[in-house]
Design a protein around this ligand. Sequence first.
Ligand code: ZN
Ligand code: ZN
Length: 261
Amino acid sequence: MKLSIMDNATDSLNRVVEYYAEGTTSGLKAAVKELISCIELLLKEKIRRLDLDPGNPVLLFTKLKISLDDKRTKYIITPISKTKTVTFDEAIERLEWLGEPISKPDQSMIGGLKKIRNALEHLEVNENPEEIKKVFAITLGVTIRFIEKYLKTARESVVDNAAWKTLIKKPEIYAEIEKSYKVLSQDILSAEKWLTGSATCCYCGSVLVVGSDGYYSGVKCKVCGHLQEFEMCYGCKNDFPIDELTPAEGDTYLCLICSNI
Ligand SMILES: [Zn+2]
Ligand SMILES: [Zn+2]
């Protein structure tokens, strides 16, 4: 079995969603642990992509040897051993070396969940479950932002959408994920894609939607992943969500009003 770092991170993230959905203390505990290992893998994936040779990255390993080339004009970095990859803190440090640092506020948010994870593993836990859920939701928000912005990967291409939609129905999760996408939508680089303010998701109510490509015109909600397709009513020629229309002759559709005329 061979899993890439990204496959491994994707698998972890899907587990995180499953565990949290259980709604039990044990599920919450497993979700926290899994989210931390997922973030570790995502950081490693980013390091791998920034390596001069992403297919054979050297910067992922803890023990490195630095030597000079024969002409003594440049440094050569080689892993001393390939058995141990970077720890969480080393990964953060290397991203800084590579000019793609994780922001201090994000680091401290992830740090908050790491502290809880450590307590869950080694100590008696006195933490209020509601407090753990809050820190978990904040960190999940950071994770999604990392995937979308730093790994340039859409959340919906890595997490099963049906499970994600159920997760988003939890108010503590919705609040943080919405916040993350709000930050992403203000990112000038992707501003033109967003239809913010012109449509609302009929599943979760967020305005953070983007135009969808495909056969039908429609909007896709970034927060919950719901895809709302639109089609024109053959009678009044207005666009309606496709599930509000009834099929008519040929490939046409009619809206509620036109189909009753
Ligand atoms: Zn939505
Ligand atoms: Zn009509």
